[in-house]
Design a protein around this ligand. Structure first.
Ligand code: NAG
Length: 249
């Protein structure tokens, strides 16, 4: 991070995405790096401990240590842990650095049992953007618990996104009293895709299984999105392959 700049868990996620997707060198610059001066050697050093410090007493993660648990920061933190050690993957790193039971409980409690939608914090209303920020946590947490039973109600989230999230004139919105916008359209669709697949991390690969949905009025399948990068799977794989052949170092 820039000296004197903000540090928070979003930046951790963004840096690890850039390093991994673009196959960039993991060693910190030799000179003029505050992290080097503090004794770190790679961008990953100390990151697990920092993310652990962001887990609040409620179980979710805040933007920085000692802040309120929040859906978007929780996604950024656990997605960053998925990238931290490609060998261990989510099963290793999420359990190693976080209180997993508290995290799972906090994420489970974000689904509203009346509307099926997801809220970003305790005592807040549901909002369609958390269909991704929390719904995306479902994919990552399930990959960290092999053979887990169905932990979340995917069909009721899909119903919230389609029935309450769609604006009659197009696009997706936070909730019916709001207008649609690009932000909520993006994260509503990402959340809808998350309801359609179950993810596993096996031998360094993300594998998806479509969820069987019986209802005749089920929405058409959306393409699987890479659960960490949250872009279509084929594009994520093609980008990784491209840069794997062209390392900077
Ligand atoms: C999931 O939600 C749907 C629709 O809201 C409901 O009919 C169903 O019983 C719920 N499933 C479980 C396992 O709670």
């Amino acid at each position: 991070m820039a000296e004197g700049g903000e540090t928070d868990v979003r930046a951790v996620y963004i840096v690890l995405v850039l390093l991994t997707l673009f196959n960039l060198p993991h060693t910190l610059p030799e000179t003029s790096s505050a992290a080097r001066a503090a004794g770190h050697r790679t961008f990953q050093d100390g990151v697990g401990q920092y993310i652990r410090a962001c887990q609040s007493f409620e179980g979710g993660l805040g933007c920085a240590p000692s802040t309120e648990a929040h859906g978007a920061y929780t996604f950024c933190g656990i997605a960053a842990l998925c990238l931290l050690d490609p060998w261990q993957g989510p099963k290793g790193t999420i359990h190693k650095y976080l209180d997993f039971d508290a995290l799972l409980q906090w994420v489970l409690w974000r689904q509203d049992d009346i509307t099926g939608g997801l809220a970003g914090r305790t005592n807040k209303l549901v909002d369609n953007c958390y269909s991704h920020w929390i719904g995306g946590c479902w994919s990552l947490l399930e990959s960290a618990i092999p053979e887990s039973p169905e932990l979340f109600n995917r069909s009721s989230l899909a119903l919230y996104i389609l029935a309450c999230g769609q604006a009659p004139y197009g696009g997706l919105r936070d909730k019916p009293s709001h207008d649609s916008d690009a932000y909520h359209s993006c994260y509503g669709l990402a959340g809808l895709s998350a309801t359609m697949y179950r993810w596993q991390y096996v031998d360094g690969q993300w594998l998806h299984t479509p969820i069987t949905r019986g209802a005749a009025d089920s929405p058409p399948d959306l393409r699987p999105l890479h659960p960490v990068y949250v872009v279509p799977m084929e594009e994520a794989m093609a980008t990784e392959e491209y840069f794997k052949l062209r390392p900077l170092a």
